[in-house]
Ligand binder design. Structure first.
Ligand code: ADP
Length: 298
């Protein structure tokens, strides 16, 4: 059985569809609104689970209504939530993405408990990390927690799959601990410089197993330690909402690598998962199941 541990953020998105932002002192009614689960940790955990992996999530939530809602959702998906802490001092993270008529958005974000995830919680999950085939990390969690988790994983031979998103200040050690790096175009430019994705993938590879630059509807390019490199075309799909594509991609890549697929096959599997994620609105709601990915691949 493939085992994956994800560490990262869990938030509730209160989405407002608006003609514009209200000015100071102004009240403006939304065209419509909705409440959605999100956060890279939650998305990647649910994605890995839906793709067939036994999945454990390490996260910090408030002891409040939103925390209750997210925990119920994760349990319903079959994600192991033994290492999801309920923080009495910090509320569950939430955000208010404001989506304009042209699809552009502005986001008010309150990470709250996500930024208070304790290293003691990561230590408590040591055995789960050591027993996993892959550890999924992103940059929406405290760097100390990411570092502790990555060190435990490396010492135990668990593959560290890092998605350094969004790019924020980070200790160089964290990048050095990653066996697999997955970045989008923006992150590639910031971390590798230049504009040529294949060159960026080679720069980001360093001594690691695999580096991937994702290019949205242009697919992805990758470079491996064994000298393999390549371009994986995007699967042609009707794009509805690109939110969640990157998270589906990272989780799928981790699952496929754990299953022993080659880098090229794993990137293709991940591209199929990413493509399916853009065909459905929302983030967590759009994460594809194994059967759908296998169907698209055949
Ligand atoms: P992020 O959401 O992190 O910016 P990308 O937009 O690069 O990441 O998407 C991740 C992956 O999902 C891409 O490499 C691609 O394989 C797939 N994908 C994204 N958008 C599309 C699309 N419009 N059509 C098909 N596949 C897509």
């Amino acid at each position: 059985m493939t085992r994956v541990v994800a560490l990262g953020s869990c938030v509730v998105d209160l989405v407002f569809r608006m003609p514009r932002l209200p000015g100071r002192g102004e009240t403006l009614f939304a065209r419509s609104a909705g409440i959605y689960p999100g956060g890279k940790g939650l998305n990647q955990a649910i994605a890995a689970r839906r793709l067939g992996a036994e999945t454990t999530l390490i996260a910090n939530m408030g002891d409040d209504l939103f925390g209750h809602y997210l925990l119920e959702l994760l349990s319903g998906e079959g994600v192991d939530t033994r290492y999801v802490a309920r923080d009495a001092a910090n509320g569950t993270g939430f955000a208010a993405p404001v989506v304009f008529d042209d699809g552009e958005n502005s986001i008010l974000s309150a990470p709250q408990a996500n930024l208070a995830l304790q290293t003691a919680l990561v230590e408590a999950a040591r055995e789960a990390i050591a027993a996993a085939g892959a550890l999924l990390l992103q940059f929406e969690a405290p760097m100390e927690a990411n570092i502790v988790a990555a060190r435990i994983a490396r010492a135990a031979g668990t593959r560290v799959v890092l998605n350094p998103a969004p790019v924020v200040a980070h200790p160089p050690e964290l990048l050095a601990l990653a066996d697999v790096l997955v970045v989008n175009e923006v992150e590639a430019a910031m971390l590798a410089g230049g504009t040529h994705p294949a060159a960026q993938a080679r720069t980001l590879l360093g001594g690691r197993e695999l580096a991937v630059v994702t290019l949205g509807e242009q697919g992805a390019v990758f470079a491996t330690a064994s000298g393999e490199a390549g371009v994986v075309e995007a699967f042609p799909v009707q794009a509805i909402d690109t939110v969640g594509a990157g998270d589906a991609f990272c989780a799928a890549l981790a699952v496929a690598l754990c299953e022993g697929h080659t880098a090229a096959a794993a990137v293709r599997f991940a591209a199929a998962a990413g493509a399916l994620a853009v065909t459905v609105a929302g983030a967590a709601t759009s994460l594809p199941r194994r059967a759908a990915v296998d169907r698209l691949l055949s």
